[in-house]
Write a protein that binds this ligand. Sequence first.
Ligand code: FES
Length: 103
Amino acid sequence: MSDAGDRFAVVLLPSGRCFDAPAGMPLLQAARESGLILPSSCRNGTCRTCIRRMVSGRVRYAIEWPGLSAEEKAEGFILPCVAIAESALVIEAVRLVAINDDA
Ligand code: FES
């Protein structure tokens, strides 16, 4: 997978599983559409259930004030429920809730 066109490759560590994130779609939703279920609850950027560390790449947010401190952002933490890929990404996702290979 590459970040050509309007989709970005997202790699989850340590499993190495990957999915494509369409431009404009939150990462949590993009993962789900690829059959990878990540932990989540509110899905609106407030509860922090989905928090993960981004090893590389760049995201923007669908909301103005996602529930992250400036320090957390600087350390690479993201909220996949409201984070939108702007480049290929590598994310630490130690725990997958489920994998649906039929997706
Ligand atoms: S699911 Fe609540 S902040 Fe992402």
